[in-house]
Design a protein around this ligand. Structure first.
Ligand SMILES: NC(=O)c1ccc[n+]([C@@H]2O[C@H](COP(=O)([O-])OP(=O)(O)OC[C@H]3O[C@@H](n4cnc5c(N)ncnc54)[C@H](O)[C@@H]3O)[C@@H](O)[C@H]2O)c1
Length: 257
C-alpha cells in the first residue's frame, strides 16, 4: 500500500505511535487522515498539526467504531487504510481484576474485530482495502510483568492472521505491527514490563513510523521495527522449553521474584 492520496483512519491518534503515524502519512501525501481517540482534545491537536479531521471514539465500543467508519465514508470518502492502533497496558499479574482483563480484551482485541466487521465487507465490495493492526512484540513473545497485555496482544496477532488468510484473495491487505519498546506515554515508567520491552533499547516513534511505511509499501504481514524480534521468534519455535527457561530467568532478574 502506498499511502499517497489515500483516506486513512488512525485510532489512538492523540498520543505516541498514533501521532507518529498520522505525521508520517501526512508527509507522504495522504488525501485525508481521520485522527480518532477517546481523548478528543488530543485527537484535535493531532489533526490541527497534520491536517484532516478529529473524531472522538472509545474503540472498545462497537457503536463508536461503526460511527467513525460511517461518518468517514459518508462525509469524506471510502476508507483505504484503517489503523487500529489504540491500545492499553493493564493487568499486571494474577491479582489483576476481571475489569482489567475485560478492558484489555475490548481495547486490544475487539476494537480490531469491530473495525474489520464493519469495514471489510465494504472494502471487498469496492475491490480492496488495508488494515494495519497495532499488536506488539508482546503478541509474539509474551510480556514479562503484564499478563493481560501479553495475552490480549497474542489474540490481536491471531485475529490479524485470521483476517489476512481469510480475505487475501479479495484484495484486503493486513499488517500487524509488532514493536518492542517505543518511547511513548505507555513506556514512560520504570516497570518490569517496560524494562523487559526495552531490552534492545527504546525506539523513537518517528523511527517506528519509517518501519511502518516500509512494511506497508511491501505489504508485509508482520512488521517488526525491532529486527531482533525475528531471532527471538525463531529461538522460541526452535526450542520452546529453553525459551520459557530464558524468559523465566529474565522475569526473575527484572522483578526480583
Ligand atoms: N510504546 C510501546 O513500547 C509499544 C510497544 C508495542 C506496542 N505498542 C502498542 O502501540 C499502540 C499505541 O501505544 P502508544 O505506545 O502510542 O501508547 P500511548 O499511551 O502513547 O497512546 C495510546 C493512545 O490510545 C488512546 N486510547 C486508549 N484507550 C482508548 C480507547 N478505549 N478508545 C480510543 N482511544 C484509546 C489513548 O488516549 C492514547 O492517545 C498500542 O496498541 C500499544 O499496545 C506500544
Amino acid at each position: 500500500m502506498d499511502v499517497k492520496d489515500k483516506i486513512i483512519v488512525v485510532t489512538g491518534a492523540a498520543s505516541g505511535i498514533g501521532v507518529a503515524l498520522v505525521k508520517r502519512f501526512y508527509a507522504a501525501g495522504a488525501k485525508h487522515i481521520v485522527s480518532v481517540d477517546i481523548n478528543l482534545d488530543g485527537a484535535k491537536a493531532t489533526a490541527a498539526e497534520f491536517g484532516g479531521t478529529a473524531m472522538q471514539a472509545d474503540v472498545s465500543k462497537e457503536d463508536d467504531i461503526k460511527a467513525v467508519i460511517d461518518k468517514t465514508e459518508s462525509e469524506i470518502g471510502p476508507i483505504d487504510l484503517f489503523c487500529s492502533n489504540a491500545g492499553i497496558g493493564a493487568g499486571r499479574d494474577l491479582a489483576s481484576s476481571n475489569d482489567e482483563w475485560t478492558l484489555s480484551w475490548d481495547v486490544n482485541v475487539m476494537s480490531h474485530v469491530y473495525a474489520a466487521r464493519h469495514l471489510a465487507p465494504k472494502m471487498v465490495e469496492r475491490g480492496g482495502g488495508y488494515f494495519l493492526n497495532t499488536a506488539s512484540a508482546a503478541g509474539l513473545l509474551n510480556q514479562i510483568g503484564s499478563v493481560a497485555y501479553g495475552v490480549t496482544k497474542h489474540a490481536a496477532v491471531g485475529f490479524g492472521e485470521w483476517l489476512a488468510l481469510t480475505y487475501k484473495h479479495q484484495g484486503i491487505g493486513v499488517s500487524i505491527l509488532c514493536p518492542q519498546a517505543v518511547r511513548t506515554a505507555m513506556t514512560d515508567n520504570a516497570s518490569a514490563s517496560t524494562q523487559a520491552a526495552a531490552t534492545d533499547g527504546m525506539m523513537e516513534p518517528d523511527e517506528l513510523a519509517e518501519a511502518v511505511m516500509e512494511g506497508l509499501a511491501n505489504n508485509t504481514f508482520c512488521i517488526l521495527p525491532h529486527k531482533e524480534v525475528l531471532g527471538y521468534m525463531r529461538r522460541k519455535t526452535d526450542d520452546y522449553d529453553r525459551w520459557i527457561g530464558g524468559m523465566n530467568k529474565l522475569h526473575r532478574s527484572l522483578t526480583g521474584e
